[in-house]
Design a protein around this ligand. Structure first.
Ligand SMILES: [Zn+2]
Length: 359
């Protein structure tokens, strides 16, 4: 049996058209609700607003379908998903100008010490851990496919999922193939890793660059000296090359703006690159870079922004409302409309692209 990674996404989309709860949601709810800052929780607020503008995820939480999937067999016991669902439902209820996410924050703090205190944290680290928790909390079993019929990429994918899936996995998770090739005999070996976001280096010493530059840099080959070649049975120079072997319907891209300053290595000083990165708001084409690019590309719908330095920074989110088709700035409890021309800035830290609404 071949699995269609999008089948569940489409199922939820169909529900969007017919469900009474969704009609109620769009009538009364606006999704333009702020989040109170609970003491340097803007990193969390920024990510919650980006997820809260992921249309299929919102539908899944608001129509109660997630209740069929809440899984208590992992350490978080389904509680992270339940608390996030409660937040999303409140954000879309249309009853509040802003809300406080104390219960979600307490639950998150129980499982990860760094998110417990009132110090500023990295929104990328929070997002990455949250995705893994949500996948475990909303996991359900699927019929395992016949191993013989699968290619290497699919086999690695099913070894990773172990026949357990979730809407979060199907929406956000992709796969990278890493190929190491001997420069002498050309023998190669491939390994596969899953990802919930692509974490991209920026070109060093550039004041401006494009998303395409960063993707090229990420996927370009790098030389590995002294690789143990299994064919030559000797240490050889090898070239390691990354390919995206599986693109998810929602593609999340993180820019590695923070780096450890080599000069200040002893005192662990992190510096931030303020590079202005140009990225498309519509029609991001990954066709040159990935093996299964959606035909119509990706549209940007949310950005997590970081301002200032590592120690004294602030996070906001720019999100495009799926109801109003306009962009809004979510700055903790404040929500204001912005023009699409304001979306690109040197504060852009994490980009959320979707291919789901392009048909
Ligand atoms: Zn070799």
């Amino acid at each position: 049996m071949r699995l269609d990674p999008l089948s569940m996404v489409y199922k939820v989309k169909v529900r969007l058209k017919h469900s009474h709860s969704i009609i109620w949601l769009f009538k009364r709810g606006r999704g333009l609700t702020g989040l109170k800052n609970l003491g340097n929780t803007c990193y969390m607020n920024s990510i919650i607003q980006c997820l809260n503008n992921t249309a299929i995820l919102v539908t899944y939480f608001c129509n109660g379908q997630y209740l069929e999937h809440v899984n208590r067999s992992h350490s978080t016991r389904g509680a992270i998903a339940e608390e996030l669902a409660a937040v999303v439902r409140a954000l879309w209820s249309g009853q509040y100008r802003f809300i406080a996410t104390k219960d979600l924050r307490n639950e998150v703090g129980k499982h990860q010490r760094t998110f417990r205190g009132s110090e500023q944290q990295d929104s990328h680290e929070f997002l990455t851990i949250l995705m893994d928790w949500l996948h475990l909390d909303l996991q359900f079993s699927i019929k395992p496919p016949l191993k013989e019929s699968l290619g290497a990429s699919e086999r690695a994918w099913h070894e990773y999922t172990r026949s357990r899936e979730s809407l979060v996995l199907r929406l956000f998770y992709g796969q990278i193939r890493s190929t190491v090739r001997c420069t002498v005999c050309a023998a190669s070996s491939a390994t596969y890793d899953s990802f919930s976001n692509l974490s991209l280096e920026l070109p060093p010493h550039a004041a401006r660059c494009t998303l395409a530059d960063c993707l090229k840099l990420y996927l370009n080959g790098e030389t590995i000296p002294g690789w143990n070649c299994p064919t030559c049975k000797e240490k050889r120079d090898a070239v390691k090359k990354l390919d995206i072997s599986r693109l998810p319907p929602v593609l999340v891209i993180h820019f590695k703006r923070f780096y450890l300053d080599a000069k200040d290595y002893m005192c662990n000083a992190y510096r931030k690159r303020q590079t202005y990165i140009d990225f498309p708001l519509e029609g991001l084409d990954m066709g040159q870079l990935a093996l299964n690019c959606p035909a119509n590309g990706y549209d940007l719908y949310a950005v997590s922004n970081h301002y200032g330095s590592m120690e004294g920074g602030h996070y906001t989110a720019y999100c495009k409302s799926s109801v109003y088709g306009k962009w809004y700035k979510y700055d903790d409890h404040l929500v204001t409309e912005i023009s699409p021309s304001e979306v690109k800035s040197s504060a852009a830290y994490i980009l959320f692209y979707t291919s789901c609404d392009r048909t």
